[in-house]
Design a protein around this ligand. Structure first.
Ligand SMILES: Nc1ncnc2c1ncn2[C@@H]1O[C@H](COP(=O)(O)OP(=O)(O)OP(=O)(O)O)[C@@H](O)[C@H]1O
Length: 595
């Protein structure tokens, strides 16, 4: 019940915030339309008795009232529909904005990487399209409550025992709730296979992966896996639906028995001469309406229950996010320029929900004004190091300091404003090219000059040659005439985005050039390193570069080799080669491959 009230409040609140006039108009029209239905029964009874008594005037007046009420029933709901249709769109927008705020309004990433919360987000994304039904159901419920009240008064006047009729509505309602819960559980159980199947479907149909799919002849394998997962999800949903339907039928049968008993009661007393013909008509029409009201209530309850689940899920997600926020948010401002640098003091890190530490007691100094390269095997913890530097997670042990100040005591908004980043999994923002790059520094997104600066630093201006309208060319399939880019071109734009900010305190480049050939990557970083030295001389900014390419890595001032959750080796290229350790071995292996 608490869930239902929260769901109803959520929907009504969203509608009210979006448009008060339309909300009030829809409620009035729906309630008036619903109230007219039981009044028709009363007017019909009056008309029937007037006809039996031969009173033409009363019969005519009653007939006109029946007609007017019938028009109200038929049209008011339609007019209300016009109003709440628009309202539903606005409420959907309100919900989606809330979901976006929850999804990306936190400083950390853990809810995206936690399977259960990822499931919740995926169900909520689907739920966000149900607002049309939710608002309609809520308004219908308000109308239904009024109609049921009027029906109850009329039934009580006929025979008090008929008041028990709505009580017979309870079993179908309870069964309807059980059914909805059962179906809801099956939806949650089906969420994971559905998500994986949809991901496989996207993989199987995306143009981007068409080549790889053909070369590895993966079509049938993916189709088979997609089919199996889909069947698994369908089976879970089907079991939920079948149990739900059986429960609902059981509830409806109880009401059907009560309905038959009520009609028999009035008809037998009319036969005995205790009731007028009009009263028999009233009883039959009202009992039929109660039946409709019960069916409607069960259907409405299903929708309201679904809406309630949606709001419960979003509340749970919000609770998860606040429970996982690692301590109070910092408020300190980052320094204007780095004097000493960034230090790791005994930093350990274990991902939430796992037992194995990825980093163990790392002590590290990233001196101000340097370029630091991070190398190591797949899964060694390089990206984790980067995520900690960006503040996506807080260390589970030890601390990271920026010029001696604990990173966790800094305002994350302030810190993020002073860092820039390019990741291997970069976003393909389907916007015009200027914005695709410019979002790397929102306040300067409109400036073509600033965007060209970012592209030049990334040595990516050549991408513009392929774009008909230069920076103003729309990119991607979202636009009818959007330009299609290659993977490497998208990545170059992403690198331009990462280099939009001209003087960040920390620039993180986590394999942002994997789609470029090694020579292009080498040239890019050679020139980039020269430029960044000039910038770093001004603000002490640090560049952290994660790369598997030793030809690029060798030019860094400091190279860190991550292994076994620790920094296994550190130093510049010459020192590490001379040490003859893992770095030297891996460098020789790669160098030999290019000879
Ligand atoms: N969100 C997560 N939850 C749990 N474990 C994770 C998560 N992300 C990474 N890991 C684990 O942490 C370890 C380090 O991962 P990380 O991505 O930091 O490695 P990496 O050195 O960047 O690897 P690569 O070179 O393949 O990109 C891996 O064992 C990985 O399975």
């Amino acid at each position: 019940m608490k869930d239902l009230i929260r769901g109803a409040r959520g929907v009504l609140g969203a509608a009210w915030r979006q448009h008060r006039g339309k909300t009030i108009g829809s409620i009035l029209l729906m309630v008036a339309g619903a109230a007219a239905a039981p009044l028709i029964a009363a007017a019909l009874a009056w008309m029937t008795d007037a006809v039996v008594a031969g009173d033409a005037t009363a019969a005519t007046v009653a007939g006109v009232i029946v007609a007017v009420l019938a028009i109200a029933v038929l049209t008011f709901a339609h007019f209300a529909h016009v109003l709440y249709f628009d309202l539903a769109d606005l409420a959907e927008l309100d919900f989606q904005e809330r979901l976006i705020a929850l999804s990306h309004g936190t400083t950390g990433l853990h809810h995206h990487e936690d399977a259960r919360q990822a499931d919740t987000l995926s169900v909520l994304e689907q739920d966000s399209r149900q607002f049309q039904g939710a608002i309609e159901a809520l308004l219908n419920t308000l109308g239904l409550l009024i109609a049921t009240g009027i029906t109850a008064v009329l039934l009580a006047r006929l025979h008090p025992v008929l008041l028990l009729l709505p009580l017979a509505a309870i079993p179908p309602l309870v069964c309807g709730r059980w059914a909805e819960r059962r179906i809801d559980r099956s939806r949650t159980a089906a969420a994971e296979p559905t998500r994986v199947a949809l991901n496989l479907f996207r993989l199987s149909t995306s143009a981007e992966l068409a080549g790889e799919l053909r070369v590895f002849r993966l079509q049938n394998e993916l189709r088979h896996r997609h089919g199996t997962l889909w069947a698994q999800a369908s089976r879970r949903l089907w079991r939920g639906q079948v149990t739900g339907t059986l429960l609902r039928i059981a509830g409806q049968l109880v009401f059907a028995a009560a309905y038959i008993a009520a009609v028999l009661l009035v008809v037998t007393s009319a036969v005995r001469g205790d009731r007028s013909v009009g009263e028999v008509v009233l009883a039959i029409v009202l009992a039929a309406q109660v039946s409709q009201q019960v069916t409607q209530a069960v259907t409405l309850l299903e929708t309201l229950q679904r809406t309630a689940s949606t709001y419960r899920r979003i509340a749970e997600l919000a609770e998860f996010l606040s429970s996982r926020s690692a301590g109070p948010a910092g408020a300190g401002a980052p320094p204007e320029r780095l004097r000493e640098g960034i230090a790791f003091d005994g930093v350990s890190f274990t991902y939430p929900g796992t037992d194995t530490p990825v980093l163990r007691g790392v002590d590290l100094k990233l001196p101000a004004g340097t370029t630091v390269a991070v190398v190591g095997e797949n899964g060694a913890g390089k990206s984790t190091l980067v995520k900690l530097l960006c503040g996506f997670y807080r260390p589970t042990g030890g601390r990271i300091t920026v010029d001696g100040t604990d990173l966790s005591s800094l305002s994350m908004i302030g810190w993020r404003e002073r860092i820039a980043a390019g990741f291997q999994d970069f976003a393909r923002f389907e916007l015009v090219a200027r914005e695709t790059v410019g979002v790397g520094d929102l306040p300067r997104m409109a400036s073509a000059e600033a965007v060209l600066g970012g592209l030049e630093r990334a040595h990516a201006t050549d991408v513009l040659k392929h774009l008909g309208d230069g920076l103003e060319t729309p990119l991607g399939k979202s636009y009818t005439d959007g330009a299609e880019l290659s993977g490497g071109q998208w990545q170059k734009l992403a690198l331009g985005r990462a280099l939009m900010r001209t003087a960040p305190l920390l620039l993180v480049l986590d394999e942002p050039t994997s789609a470029l050939d090694p020579q292009a990557e080498h040239d890019l970083f050679q020139r980039y390193a020269e430029q960044s030295k000039r910038v770093a001389a001004g603000n002490g900014g640090i560049t952290v570069l994660v790369s598997h390419r030793f030809s690029t890595v060798r030019m860094a001032d400091l190279i860190l080799v991550v292994a076994g959750g620790r920094i296994a080796e550190r130093g510049d290229h010459a020192a590490l080669l001379a040490a003859g350790g893992v770095y030297a071995e891996l460098f020789d292996l790669q160098a030999a491959a290019y000879r």
